[in-house]
Design a protein around this ligand. Structure first.
Ligand code: ATP
Ligand code: MG
Length: 595
């Protein structure tokens, strides 16, 4: 938890309106749960208040040598009520947990969906850790708040007031002294906490740093070992643990201090109750019995619970406050890429046109793509060449609308891509990238991405076309064989071929292959060359390649340099022109010309 907790006054940062809004949206619709919980709590409070009265009756009857049967009844009643109260507590815990999860699951789902809708530029600036913290950590803090705050706070206040009222009923003076005690106790506990909170904050801070450090180095283990940096890492580890120890000790000492102070405060409360009782007893006019004195003692003991609870509830409120603000900030982040009005996208291969395309990742920053012009007829294949960092992958991202260009436009089939619905566009434009995500799931799910309408025969056919026929036959459960997340059970080449298969199953109108064959060994590559040729027949295609062999099938060539067009034209013409860079590439190799 990285919950920024502020010490001192309990006041939500942006007023109570936010809370009301959150409660109205997520908690109040669960009316049935809320009412059940409230009813259970009231019963539980009632039982807690009644039980000491039974004890008093028991003691007084025993003392005045009343009938033994009455004593049996009183004892039985006491045990029955105690058991009932335990049962009610369990039921209340169940309902309150239920309420917390039902309400926050809705919030979790909304947040997860919202995150998926946010731009790539947003996700590039957020670490996955911070998003997990938001969708899970902060929501957990809120779950606690939703499930228990209002009802438990109200419940404990009622319990406290109930006890005080019953003490007043015994004697005005006892009531008065105990009320004064409650006010004093709350003040002292709050005061002592003030010293403790900053230390715990430090502890949480250094803890977060420590986990960050461990996480980073677990991920980078391979590099750390390969570069012989293990000694350095251990050094930092020792240094961190050395810094942690004194903070932990101070935090724990503070905790002990607070704990013993709390015990002391309540012991003083008991003492005060006894003193008042003793005085009243001595004066003898108040009608106080031994049973009543025990009752007062019992109630004083019972007061400790609501005081403690109210304090922790208010602390939870502070934690929830920080979480609530972060969650709201996230929900308020709007994607820059807005869905189009929904122009129709035709079936079949799509014409592609870049009109004076200009794009920079940062607003006002260096242009990553500079005045690009290009036209691809339906069914044509473009070979996209360029040095690393020249902007090839960026073009693919723009075609999928992960980003929008600052000026100029991209057209598919003669319509600006901002006119299409995003999901339509992304269904019609498919990309195979350098990094293939294999999800935890069956082979079928990985290939169809959960589209049930794709028939098994069709999948088998595509796999066979891609040269995965033997692999498919060998799968123990066929298409239902499970794959591990990250594709650990697949070779790099197989993973790459599965990514191809994914694209061919969706039957897109434009395919972008981003160095897709770079991971394949020569034999596998040769095997799929033919298949790809056939599968691309009815599609427009952009092949991003670092090697000339991969673009033999291109109709057009575009060579990029720092986001600008260095050369563009029909492949045959460029190849035939001895002055062109492309023909020089063919003669001496791509690396020499681009270097
Ligand atoms: P490679 O051949 O290495 O894959 P590329 O031609 O695909 O390179 P791009 O990934 O399009 O290159 O990157 C073009 C430029 O944009 C590079 O200078 C890169 O540093 C920059 N760039 C890429 N992604 C981002 C990003 N998310 N934010 C900011 N700059 C980026
Ligand atoms: Mg790239």
């Amino acid at each position: 938890m990285s919950g920024e907790q502020t010490a001192g006054a309990v006041k939500p940062a942006k007023g109570w309106g936010v809370y009301r809004e959150m409660l109205a949206r997520y908690v109040f619709p669960q009316r049935r749960l809320l009412w059940s919980l409230a009813a259970l709590l009231l019963v539980s409070i009632g039982l807690q208040l009644v039980n000491p009265q039974i004890i008093r009756y028991f003691i007084d009857s025993a003392q005045s040598q009343g009938s033994i049967t009455a004593l049996y009844y009183a004892a039985g009643l006491f045990i029955a009520f105690s058991l009932l109260q335990q049962g009610v507590s369990v039921a209340a815990a169940y309902f309150s947990e239920n309420l917390g999860w039902t309400t926050t699951n809705k919030l979790r789902a909304e947040l997860a969906e919202h995150c998926l809708s946010l731009d790539m530029s947003f996700h590039k600036t957020q670490t996955s850790g911070s998003l997990i913290e938001r969708v899970d950590g902060d929501v957990n803090a809120l779950a606690n708040f939703f499930s228990s705050f209002i009802i438990h706070l109200a419940g404990n206040i009622v319990l406290m007031l109930g006890i005080l009222a019953l003490l007043f009923r015994e004697s005005f003076w006892i009531g008065l002294v105990m009320t004064a005690f409650v006010v004093g106790a709350v003040y002292v506990i709050q005061w002592i906490r003030k010293f403790n909170v900053p230390v715990w904050k430090n502890w949480r801070q250094i803890n977060a740093e420590f986990y960050g450090f461990i996480g980073e180095h677990l991920e980078g283990t391979e590099d750390t070992r390969a570069n012989g940096a293990a000694g350095y890492v251990m050094n930092r580890f020792y240094e961190m643990t050395r810094r942690m120890l004194p903070i932990r000790m101070r935090a724990f000492l503070g905790f002990c201090m607070m704990w013993s102070t709390t015990i002391l405060v309540f012991a003083l409360g008991n003492a005060a109750a006894f003193i008042v009782c003793a005085i009243l007893w001595k004066n003898g006019q108040s009608g106080l019995t031994i049973g009543s004195i025990y009752l007062v003692f019992y109630y004083t003991e019972q007061l400790a619970k609501p005081i403690e609870k109210i304090r922790t509830q208010l602390e939870d409120l502070q934690k929830a406050d920080a979480s609530l603000m972060r969650v709201r900030d996230l929900l308020a982040t709007k994607p820059l890429i807005q869905d189009g009005p929904g122009a129709p996208l035709p079936d079949g291969p799509l014409a592609v046109e870049f009109r004076d395309l200009e794009f920079a990742y940062e607003e006002g920053g260096r242009a990553t793509l500079d005045h690009l012009q290009l036209r691809l007829e339906p069914g044509q294949t473009l070979g996209l060449l360029g040095r690393t960092g020249s902007g090839k992958t960026t073009i693919a991202r723009l075609l999928l609308r992960f980003y929008d260009p600052q000026s100029g436009s991209i057209e598919l089939a003669g319509t600006d891509i901002r006119q299409f619905k995003l999901h339509e566009l992304r269904r019609k434009v498919a990309m195979v990238t350098q990094n293939i995500e294999i999800l935890e799931g069956s082979v079928r799910d990985n290939l169809t991405l959960f589209d049930d309408s794709i028939r098994e025969e069709r999948i088998a056919e595509v796999l066979k076309d891609l040269g995965l026929g033997a692999w498919y036959e060998a799968l123990p459960d066929g298409l239902d064989t499970m794959l591990a997340s990250g594709g650990g059970s697949l070779s790099a080449g197989e993973a790459q071929l599965l990514a191809f298969a994914r694209v061919f199953l969706t039957n897109p109108g434009l395919v972008i292959l981003d160095e897709a064959s770079s991971r394949l060994d020569p034999l596998t590559e040769a095997r799929i060359e033919a298949a790809v040729d056939r599968l691309l027949e009815e599609k427009t295609c952009i092949i991003i390649a670092h090697r000339l062999a991969t673009i033999q099938r291109a109709d057009r060539i575009l060579i990029l340099e720092n986001g600008r067009m260095l050369e563009s034209g029909r492949r045959e013409e460029l190849a035939a022109d001895p002055q062109s860079r492309f023909s020089r590439m063919l003669a001496v190799g791509m690396e020499e010309v681009l270097a």
